[in-house]
Design a protein. Structure first.
Lengths: 260, 328, 283
């Protein structure tokens, strides 16, 4: 059934639009984390999603990927999310993943007691039911992201850089069409950031669309084709990196948040 | 999946295969060599290997610690006893249906109860066992009420002993194999992090339900074999919380979440508990309790860490690989 | 018929008041320390035996024996916490305290014998316009309610009580604010053991008991805590009264076994429908 859905999704009527968010609203008690957000992402793009702390970026990822944010129900209060032409608003995380949407987490969620290779194997098992096959594929992906020499370590023993890379590898192993990356460069040193940027470009060249939430501003400006800015749950800008840095709303939002 | 199972069995190698063959030979020879008393002791040990390994599927691999697992064993025993006593079913069929009965119970309770986690899951399993115990006493016309059911002896000790032995072997092999399949990997992932598991395409609800059903199936069969051997069952025995505690105690001792732990635990404890019964007939429960306290305080991961060091020294690492090491 | 129902309701509420006291202690250890105390039932049983011994050997009025059972079990609880429970929480504490349960229960069987005992001090019942109220029940219930309220006052108004509540909200933060958490937890566990002991003393007035007394009340106490919301001290009182009432009503409708099962079925339903308890905030 899933393969049928995927075939349908690649029909031309989606006009190259891979993700379509319409009027997405999510409240936590009295706080509005996402306020009527519209957003489009096209096939092959790298989109940067930025905003001050608490602007609702991670919540937006949770809502798109069908993850239950802590202390809340899974679904948005209003609005809808379409991925490759079908409505995924009410789908659970595993169904969304099956359709080809993978994510990493802001606070890494690796399986600490398993080895690095086993972590990636779990991701690969999304597309096959043979563990042996999945392990072969996981080995290739470990090599691709540069974890080959560490693949037999327990995942908990990795450095923060290694853990971020492992999450990326595990997400890639699920064969995504769209990758949501939540702060994969936070806490990395400049040379590690440069390596990660390289890696992301290579992934993008393979035809995987990427949305990236990032606080490392130079990095996100350097890699994104387009940048979406959130502030207090609202979308305040959506333009090329060059235009966004000159946008008055954006400057106010950042300066305002630093004053506070 | 079948390929994975075949590959995992092949990976047992000559050492694993030899161990299985040796076990089967000893199993078959034992009744001719030792007294019936020792045979029934072995049978009790095999029974605990079955229930501990089954408990380990939901509690060790999946991380949902059940404090009411005796309920599956008890329901299996009761289904078998009632079918034989009321409906004159042939006993081997009744034993198998005991397993079906406990798996059925697991199926109906699984969806709601697995929404709970941690302590809440543990306590609701405990409450489930207590509730079923009382309901069993209540529906006198079906279950014989609090007085229990007496059966006339039908199967010989040796036959039942062999059934229990082969069941134990089968359950251990099933547990070993599933850790090498997608299903087993999914369970281990769920234990580590449910949100991550779901984001990696694992249908956690379905996997947990499957794990609980599998975990409830074998104890039911073991309960059926047990009841054919002792020919008596009543609610107090069938749903005794001490059995649950024994299961947890033995498995923790052997090593939660390992394959070999739920085998070592029952072997060690059957011997120990037999010794305590004989030496301290009035205080053996207190001594077992003291051992439980000492274990929680002294070695929360069971004897596995020591065993791992020993095994690495001997050189058989495959059975004790890091993945299956005990977790909190 | 009306009088009969009132009788049932009153006796249910009376039993519920004692349940609430049993659950109150569990609520403290579970809600504050995250220790799932499986040894809860044996504290209750010890309380009953203290009353029995004091009454039968020294002829002490059973009502005054609560001044014995409270301090003795407080000391025992404090010691158990100091030497055993202190560093374990959650599932490990469940196993550990089950070990304690096995040891104490077994020792009690050896020491007291397995036969049933009873304290026949208050007998008969008051007849108030056709409503019969059993004397021991109503006296025990009165003391139980007083005890529960006293604990509630203690937690709300005293310095130690505030510290206990602070730990239940955030242990780390309490420690940062200068609360000696080890000491307070020892006191908490002491009270958590003494409360069911008083309940046990009161129960010995109502029915016959043996060393297995605690078993029945263990899971029931869990049910009450879950019903009232973990860590909610007024919730435990209301939960206890509710379960007492439900049991009495079902038993009066002619079904003793089902009334026993009621507690367990309630616990499962509440956990599923409203995990934070009837008094708890909805998440």
């Amino acid at each position: 059934m899933i393969s049928q859905m995927q075939q349908k999704s690649e029909s031309p009527d989606t006009k190259g639009k891979i993700l379509e968010v319409r009027g997405l609203t999510k409240r936590f008690g009295g706080i509005i984390a996402n306020d009527n957000i519209d957003m489009d992402v096209f096939v092959g793009e790298i989109v940067g999603l930025i905003g001050p702390n608490g602007a609702g970026k991670s919540t937006l990822f949770d809502m798109v990927a069908g993850v239950k944010p802590s202390g809340s129900k899974r679904f948005p209060d209003a609005g809808c999310v379409r991925f490759l032409g079908h409505d995924i608003t009410q789908l659970k995380a595993h169904q969304v993943c099956r359709l080809g949407l993978a994510r990493t987490f802001q606070i890494v969620r690796i399986l600490e007691k398993m080895s690095v290779l086993e972590n990636v194997t779990v991701g690969a098992l999304c597309r096959t039911s043979e563990v042996y096959e999945a392990e072969k594929k996981a080995e290739k992906i470990c090599e691709f992201v540069g974890l080959k020499d560490r693949q037999n370590l327990a995942a908990g023993e990795l450095t923060i850089e290694g853990k971020k890379r492992l999450e990326l590898a595990r997400a890639l192993a699920t064969e995504p069409k769209l990758l949501l990356l939540d702060e994969v460069m936070a806490g990395l040193n400049p040379s590690e950031v440069a390596e990660t940027l390289d890696l992301l470009r290579q992934i993008n060249k393979q035809g995987i669309t990427i949305i990236i939430v990032e606080h490392v501003m130079q990095a996100v400006m350097a890699i994104s084709d387009r940048i979406v800015v959130l502030d207090y749950g609202k979308k305040i800008a959506d333009d090329t990196p060059e235009a966004v840095v000159k946008d008055k709303n954006v400057i106010d939002a950042y300066l305002g948040s630093e004053d506070a | 999946m079948i390929k994975d199972v075949a590959r995992s069995l092949w990976a047992l190698g000559w050492m694993g295969g030899g161990a299985i063959a040796a076990f089967v030979v000893l199993l078959l020879v034992a009744p001719w060599v030792v007294s019936p008393y020792v045979v029934s002791l072995f049978m009790a040990m095999f029974m605990y290997i079955v229930v501990c390994s089954s408990w380990n599927i939901i509690s060790g691999f999946t991380g949902y610690v059940s404090f009411g697992h005796v309920v599956f064993w008890g329901v299996g025993a009761y289904v078998t006893a009632v079918l034989v006593w009321k409906f004159n079913y042939p006993w081997p069929l009744a034993v198998m249906l005991g397993g079906v009965g406990s798996a059925f119970l697991a199926t109906i309770v699984s969806y709601p109860i697995l929404k709970l986690t941690g302590i809440y899951f543990a306590i609701s399993m405990l409450a489930l066992a207590e509730a079923i115990k009382i309901l069993t006493s209540h529906f006198r016309s079906v279950t014989g009420g609090g007085g229990g059911i007496y059966l006339r002896p039908m199967a010989s000790l040796n036959i039942l002993y062999l059934m229990m032995g082969f069941l134990a072997l089968a359950v251990v092999l099933v547990c070993y194999s599933i850790t090498h399949t997608k299903f087993g990997r999914s369970l281990l992932t769920i234990r580590e992090d449910e949100t991550a598991a779901e984001s990696l395409g694992i249908n956690i609800t379905r996997r947990k339900i499957q794990a609980l059903i599998l975990s409830g199936l074998f104890p039911g069969i073991a309960g059926g074999i047990y009841v054919m051997n002792v020919c008596f069952i009543d609610p107090a025995t069938a749903f005794d919380i001490s059995i649950t505690v024994n299961i947890i105690l033995m498995t923790t001792f052997g090593g939660i979440g390992t394959i070999i732990g739920p085998v070592l635990g029952p072997v060690a404890f059957t011997a120990l508990s037999e010794f305590l019964w004989a030496s301290f007939p009035f205080l053996h429960r207190a001594i077992l309790g003291a051992i439980l306290i000492a274990m929680v305080m002294g070695m929360p991961n069971g004897i596995m860490p020591f065993m791992v060091r020993f095994a690495q020294w001997v050189g058989i690492r495959e059975f004790f690989s890091r993945r299956r090491e005990a977790s909190q | 018929m009306f009088e009969a129902w009132v009788t049932v309701l009153i006796s249910g509420l009376a039993m519920g008041a004692i349940y609430a006291l049993v659950a109150g202690g569990l609520n403290l250890t579970w809600g504050v320390m995250n220790v799932v105390n499986m040894a809860h039932g044996v504290f209750l049983m010890l309380g009953a035996y203290i009353t029995f011994m004091a009454w039968s050997y020294w002829g002490i009025n059973p009502l005054f024996t609560i001044f014995l059972s409270f301090p003795i079990l407080f000391a025992l609880g404090a010691l158990i916490n100091r030497f055993l429970v202190r560093r374990t929480v959650g599932l490990a504490s469940m196993l550990l305290t089950f070990g304690i349960f096995m040891v104490i229960e077994n020792l009690a069987v050896v020491g007291f014998g397995g036969m049933y005992r009873s304290v026949r001090f208050f007998t008969g019942s008051y007849d108030i316009m056709g409503v019969f109220v059993s004397k021991p029940r109503i006296i025990a219930a009165g003391i139980a309610v007083a005890m529960s309220l006293l604990t509630y006052w203690f937690l709300k108004k005293t310095k130690i009580g505030v510290a206990i509540r602070a730990i239940s909200l955030d242990r780390m933060m309490a420690e940062q604010c200068g609360v000696n958490t080890n000491q307070i937890c020892t006191i908490t566990f002491g009270i958590g053991a003494a409360q069911p002991a008083v309940a046990g003393s009161l129960m010995s007035l109502i029915f016959a008991f043996n060393p297995m007394l605690g078993r029945v009340f263990l899971v029931k106490a869990f049910a009450i805590v879950v019903l009232g919301g973990m860590g909610n001290f007024l919730g435990a009182l209301i939960g206890g009264l509710t379960i007492g009432l439900v049991e009495a009503v079902i038993a009066f409708s002619g079904n003793l076994h089902l009334s026993e099962a009621a507690g367990f079925i309630i616990i499962i339903l509440i956990l599923l429908l409203r995990p934070s308890g009837i008094m708890g905030r909805r998440q």
